[in-house]
Design a protein around this ligand. Structure first.
Ligand code: NDP
Length: 245
């Protein structure tokens, strides 16, 4: 029997891309999923799709920039399923731009979603996981959390931060049975570049020859990390297109 069966998994950013694919994958092996994002229709549709495939999923509209929303999400999962086994801190945005263009509002938004959103998730589930001395927190960083590229300065800073938060948390939790995993994808074919407004950057992601992998490839990586025995922690997975530089 899969070790994932009946595990309660909260997924943020579940309304599209990597979060959506991961929800479908984990539900297919028997996890009980709590879908979270801002777009209600997408979440409702996905919950129905998972249920029609024989899986278990509920959803809660959540803005991860609000600590109260994320606390309510954790409370909803506990009310519904009585426990939280996994948090997949996956919501993120990537409005890339060159710093000279001074798009401060976008910098603030990336910090709010990609850093504060991760911290809100940790804050909301950690007390419960510490109390039961088990759990798994997975966060989507990026290869942009390992190296910096022009137009990605602030985005990279947020993804470095996400990785550092997971590593720091892991060091604090060595005496507990709580595990952490950072997933660091390269280019994945999702809606993520849609928020890029900077006209100097947008064409890079509109190039049909840009190598990319599928959201399902990342879902498989999350599944791998979660499939290990309780004594094994997969702390980081870097996964990118074979031809990505
Ligand atoms: P998508 O744009 O398809 O998904 C992003 C998800 O985040 C959506 O479900 C969106 O839902 C959610 N989201 C955005 N803002 C908020 C918010 N304030 N509160 C709650 N949810 C929010 O892109 P991906 O699937 O690619 O992105 C998932 C993660 O993967 C991100 O952290 C991204 O940085 C990371 N990543 C992606 C890569 C790629 O190439 N695609 C590469 C490396 C990392 P909604 O709008 O409904 O709220």
């Amino acid at each position: 029997m899969s070790v994932i069966k009946n595990k309660v998994v909260i997924i943020t950013g579940a309304s599209s891309g990597i979060g959506r694919a991961t929800a479908v994958k984990l539900a297919s092996v028997g996890a009980k999923i709590v879908l979270a994002a801002r777009r209600k229709e997408r979440l409702q549709e996905l919950a129905e799709e998972i249920q029609s495939l024989g899986g278990t999923a509920v959803y809660k509209v959540t803005d991860v920039t609000s600590l109260e929303d994320v606390q309510n999400l954790a409370g909803f999962a506990l009310e519904h399923y009585g426990q939280i086994d996994v948090l997949f801190n996956n919501a993120g945005i990537m409005p890339l731009s060159y710093m000279k263009n001074n798009r401060v509002e976008e910098w603030d938004q990336m910090i709010d979603v990609n850093i504060k959103g991760v911290l809100h998730g940790v804050s909301a589930v950690l007390p419960h996981m510490l109390e039961k001395n088990s759990g798994h927190i997975i966060t989507t960083s990026s290869v942009a959390g390992h190296g910096i590229f022009p137009s990605g300065t602030v985005y990279c800073a947020t993804k470095f931060a996400a990785r550092v938060i997971m590593e720091g948390l892991n060091k604090e939790l060595t005496k507990s049975n709580i595990r952490t995993t950072t997933i660091s994808p390269g280019v994945v074919d999702t809606e993520l570049p849609n928020l890029i407004v900077d006209q100097e950057v947008k064409p890079i992601f509109e190039n049909p020859d840009l190598p990319s992998i599928r959201s399902e490839d990342i879902a498989n990586a999350v599944h791998y990390a979660l499939s290990q025995p309780a004594s094994v922690a997969v702390n980081e997975i870097i996964i990118r297109p074979t031809n990505q530089g």
